[in-house]
Design a protein around this ligand. Structure first.
Ligand code: PGA
Length: 246
């Protein structure tokens, strides 16, 4: 057995208005004592009201991205310190949509993750191969390289979470086989162990839904899930959380 407490994290991406806070409140209200750690990462305008709405509940709020610097002339960007000030507990760094939409490279992701740690928050660092890379037999090499290049200096098993999210599984309804997930997470765990981070949690992400959560979340070395589409509706998100009996 592991001491790594599972996390189910919801990434709302660019979805949700003030009315969506009601869904998050339903999630909080639906948790049982067996629930894993539950985190919701809404779009930036919803962070402050969501922190307020979830006060007194075990559900915490996360950011989806941040700038590497603490302040300055960077129009439109948000510093990790600002997210911390707003009540956020964790920040996603290097989601594949940031990597593809905004050209973020491993060194950018590393700098952002270091900013997250600097702000005293938990960094959720995302990695994952494309379909072409998997079909070419490069899945492990790509993830190993992304993990090595994106790992923030100063990470510990407490403030670093890795999310393995195959790009081709995100929002497509496709998922790798359980054997493939198990193999990837095992190798990532070995790589983390060499970096002194054997107990950092490794989440799986990509088309996790209530119907496949139990199988995916029971795989060795899968310490939870990063959930996109199925985190938008309380009933679906609770259906995933229920894989842990909570
Ligand atoms: P999905 O997204 O659950 O909608 O596939 C996962 C993610 O991008 O984190």
């Amino acid at each position: 057995m592991t001491s790594r407490r599972p996390i189910v994290a919801g990434n709302w991406k660019m979805n949700g208005l003030l009315a969506s806070l009601a869904e998050a409140k339903l999630v909080a209200a639906g948790l049982t004592a067996k629930a894993p750690e539950v985190l919701i990462c809404p779009p930036a305008p919803l962070i402050v009201p969501l922190v307020e709405a979830l006060k007194g509940t075990p559900v915490t709020v996360g950011g989806q991205d941040c700038h590497a610097k603490a302040s300055g002339a960077h129009t439109g960007d948000i510093a990790a310190e600002m997210l911390a000030d707003a009540g956020v507990r964790a920040v996603i760094a290097g989601h594949s949509e940031r990597r593809s939409d905004h050209g973020e490279r491993d060194q950018d992701v590393k700098a952002k993750a270091e900013a997250v740690l600097r702000a005293g928050l938990t960094a959720i660092v995302c990695i994952g191969e494309t379909l072409g890379q998997r079909q070419a037999g490069l899945a492990y090499d790509v993830n190993a390289r992304q993990l090595a290049g994106s790992l923030p200096t100063g990470a510990t098993a407490d403030n670093l979470v890795i999310a393995y999210e195959p790009v081709w599984a995100i929002g497509t309804g496709l998922t790798p086989s359980s054997d493939d997930i198990a193999e990837m997470h095992k190798r990532l765990r070995e790589q983390l162990a060499k970096a002194g981070l054997a107990d950092a949690r490794i989440l799986y992400g990509g088309s996790v839904k209530p119907s496949n959560a139990r199988e995916i979340l029971s795989i060795a070395n899968v310490d939870g899930a990063l959930v996109g589409g199925a985190s938008l509706k309380a009933q679906d998100f609770l259906g995933i959380i229920a894989a842990y009996g909570g």
